[in-house]
Structure formats: C-alpha cells, structure tokens
Design a protein around this ligand. Structure first.
Ligand code: SDX
Length: 428
C-alpha cells in the first residue's frame, strides 16, 4: 500500500505533507503549509520537480513517450479526429456529438470577422518584422476591439471569449504570413471548415483561382492537432501565470505567443530547419554537428532533440515523421533536409552522449520538414505552432480561472548583499 503522506524531519521536529493522488502518472505531496511550519521554502530551478496546479486536460508519460488529450491517446486522436473537434474536446472535456459540433463550428464562424482597423496596425509593421512579434502584438490588440471578452468570470463568458479568439486568431496567423509576403490581407470564407479557411486565407493569390489541396489540408489539420496542448510547458505556464492576475484572455494568450517564440521552446521548429540547412551547406557532415552538440565548450545544441519531460521518443515526432514521408511522396518533393534529419537522428540515437541523457527527437524535429513542403516560410513555423497550441492555452487558462487558482507568486532564495547603510556619493 503506497504511503499517503511525506514526512520531513527538520531541526528535531517531524512535519507531514499529504500525498495528492493522480489518475495517471506523478503523485504529488502538498507543501502549501511548508513555510508556515518550517520557515523553509523549496528551490527547484525550472520547476523540473514542481507541480504548479491540478489539471484534467492533458497527460503525458515522458518515460513511455505517451500523450493523452482528456484521456484519449494522441495516436487515435491524430488518426480519427479533426482540429475543430480537438478544440472542443480540450475546451469542454468531452468529444462533441453532431449537434454540439455543429453549434461550436457555427459559433466560430459567427465571430470570424476581424475589424478592418486591425489591418492598419499590421500595416504599420515593417515587412522584416518577425511574424511571432507581429502575432503577439495583434493578439493583444484584439482586446481593444472586443472589450466584452476582457473581463470574463463565468464559464459561459469564457466559452464565448474562447470561440471569439479561436475564430480571429486564424486570421491573425494568416495575415502575419501575408504581411511578410507583401500580399493583400483577406477575410475568410464561411463555406469552408476552420483549417481549409486558414489555408485559403493564407495562400490565396489575388490574381488566381485558389485550388484547395486536400492532402495539404489533411497534413495541416494533423499538425495542428499534434500541437494542441502539452501540460504545463513554458508558454502554457506563462498563459496561466498572466491569467492568474485575472488579466483578460487575449492579453494572456499574447504572453503565451511571446513565450513560445523562444528557440528552446516553440521557436525550435524554425531553428531545426536553419540547423539542417547549415549542415547541408557545410557538406552534410552530420557527425561533425553531433560532435559539436556534445562539446560543452561549444554552445551549439541539436535543435529538435531533447525534452524536459520526454525521456523517450516524443509520440508526436513519430506521427509527424510518418506524415512528413507521406506528404513529400504525395507532393513529389525530394527534400535534402529530410535526408539529413534522418541521418542526424540515426547517428545521435546511437551516440552514448544522447543515449545516456535520453535525448530523442521532439515535436519540432520533423514538423519544419512538412511546413516547408507546404510552402510555409521558415519564419512562419512557430506561428503554425501557436495556431495549434491556441486551444490548449485557452483550455488551461479557463481551467485555472474556474478552479480559482490563486495569483502566481513564487518565492526565492536570496543570495545578494546583506543589510548595509547608504553611502553618499562624495564618500564612495
Ligand atoms: C518544445 O515542455 C514542453 O512540453 C515543450 C513542447 C510543447 O509541446 O510545448 O514539447 C515544445 O519546446 C519542445 C522542445 C524544443 N526545443 C528544442 O528542441 C531545443 C533543443 N533542446 C534543448 O535545448 C533541451 O533539450 C530542452 C530545452 C528541450 C530541455 O532542456 P532541459 O530539460 O532543461 O535539459 P537540460 O538543458 O538540463 O539538458 C540536460 C543535459 C545537459 O547536458 P549535461 O549538463 O547533463 O552534460 O542534456 C544536454 C544538456 O547539455 N542537452 C543537449 C540537448 N538538450 C539537452 N545537448 C545537446 N543538444 C540538445 N538538444
């Protein structure tokens, strides 16, 4: 029978902390009384061992390389579901029936007009601006045009704000691409589904008939599903932290976009392709770059490898790798980067440095190959990640608010100067 508490012995006293049970995976012990009882706090850089909240949304087993959305295995979801249905599942906790799906999709379509004034904001950016910086700004700017979505506290108002943001965010992602390409910003077409609409808004040329390519739409839909949520990762924790101050949904998501931009997080998909292109330009010497990644004196890292939680293959990487093969075959594309990626994977997975540290390909390692095959420029890869992660961010924000989580305010272990008196300038 597993213990139901943890006992801490400190300065001759014993303190008990209750175990918090989990449906799957990590059990935790509740230290909310630790500082009052012992005067101690914990220190856990990067929160590697710290649970920030209780959640019902997503579970991943890093040792087995398994991922579940509301209890459903990601392999089944990726094969059988679609992105709109996954958005509903994450937000509401259950798969929708026909009527619920139709109502949800209809609500999204009722909100998917973005105010023309937003185009003036995007016009003000230089074309050289990174799309993630543009996206974060536009997401926050949505607050100004949708004030009702700011101060929400009931589940119904949160669901409304969620649908509004889901509807408009796809436009903002498409518009960041159009801005970069110097193309006119266009509105959606409600006769299409969510992913078709995004694809057409992004790639429709003003002087040509648009051909909807079902192979591309299916690949995009699968990629968005695979990025939809992932427990308390850096950007989701940012959304929760900002939202814990009762900041509005749009501003909280804007903060999440900024966190995802980092090359150690969502920005890795762009960094992977840049790394593969660099290796290709350097003659394809994969072994040289594996050695660089192992060299502590070299700050080069194998982008797309390693993960805070997965100490096995990222299940999403496996699915994306297969999808990359399929889409390249379907589109008849030969991509040297994919060959280099597969060589890199093979060499790294045989190398003791990576094996000992349990460094495996993560979600970002292959996704860039597909985005590139779909004609999406490298700087847009993390925008695609953001579009996929949006329902996860919103679901986690909503759960945090409905659970009544307190405002996030971690403590610290101070190691600065001890108390000292001020010294006048002329005496220094
Ligand atoms: C995402 O959290 C999530 O769920 C994120 C995500 C999501 O869906 O939200 O899955 C999306 O962000 C995926 C990760 C994308 N980032 C990258 O691919 C960047 C490259 N990876 C690394 O920077 C790193 O692996 C992290 C940031 C992903 C994880 O870092 P950790 O958990 O803090 O691990 P660490 O830096 O402490 O590394 C442990 C050891 C170190 O060596 P030692 O000091 O033990 O000798 O492993 C080494 C590291 O130097 N290491 C790497 C490496 N990653 C870790 N060495 C070479 N190349 C790498 N990629």
């Amino acid at each position: 029978m597993a213990d139901n508490k943890v006992t801490l012995n400190y300065e001759g006293k014993s303190f008990d902390y209750p175990i918090i049970e989990s449906t799957m995976g990590d059990r935790g012990f509740d230290i909310s009384k630790l500082r009052d009882q012992t005067g101690l706090i914990t220190l856990d850089l990067g929160y590697k061992n710290t649970g920030a909240t209780l959640s019902d949304i997503t579970y991943l087993d890093g040792d087995k390389g398994e991922l579940y959305y509301r209890g459903y295995p990601i392999e089944q979801i990726a094969e059988k579901s679609n992105f709109t249905e996954v958005m509903y599942l994450l937000l509401q906790g259950e798969l929708p029936n026909q009527d619920q799906f139709a109502k949800f999709e209809g609500n999204i379509k009722s909100y998917n007009y973005v105010a023309e004034e937003m185009k003036k904001i995007i016009d003000a950016f230089p074309r050289s601006a990174h799309p993630m910086g543009v996206l974060s700004s536009l997401t926050s700017a949505l607050t100004a045009f949708n004030p009702k979505a700011v101060d929400v506290s009931s589940k119904e108002d949160m669901d409304n704000a969620a649908v509004m943001l889901i509807a408009k965010f796809a436009h903002l992602c498409a518009w960041t691409y159009r801005k970069k390409q110097g193309l006119p910003l266009n509105h959606g077409d409600n006769s299409l589904n969510y992913v078709e609409n995004f694809y057409r808004m992004t790639f429709r040329m003003p002087n040509d008939k648009f051909e909807m390519n079902p192979t591309v739409v299916s690949a995009l839909d699968k990629l968005l599903i695979l990025h939809a949520d992932h427990e308390q990762n850096c950007s989701t924790s940012t959304v929760r932290m900002v939202g814990s101050a009762h900041t509005g949904l749009f501003a909280s998501i804007s903060a999440g976009v900024s966190a995802l931009w980092g090359p150690l997080h969502g920005g890795a998909n762009q960094a992977v392709i840049e790394m593969l292109e660099m290796i290709e330009k350097d003659g394809g010497d994969v072994a040289k770059y594996v050695e660089k990644a192992k060299n502590k004196d070299d700050n080069f890292r194998l982008m797309g490898f390693g993960h805070r939680v997965y100490k096995n293959f990222d299940p999403r990487a496996k699915i994306i790798k297969k999808a990359a093969d399929d889409i390249l075959d379907a589109l008849g594309i030969e991509d040297k980067a994919l060959d280099i990626a597969m060589q890199l994977e093979r060499v790294a997975l045989e190398d003791p440095y990576f094996v000992e540290r349990k460094l495996y390909p993560n979600v970002d390692f292959y996704s860039g190959i597909i985005y590139r095959a779909l004609g999406i420029p490298t700087e847009m890869f993390t925008v695609m990640f953001a579009l996929g992660r949006l329902p996860g961010w919103i679901s986690q924000w909503k759960e945090m608010r409905l659970h009544g989580d307190p405002i996030g305010r971690p403590r610290q272990v101070y190691q600065g100067a001890a108390v000292r008196d001020y010294v006048d300038m002329n005496a220094r």
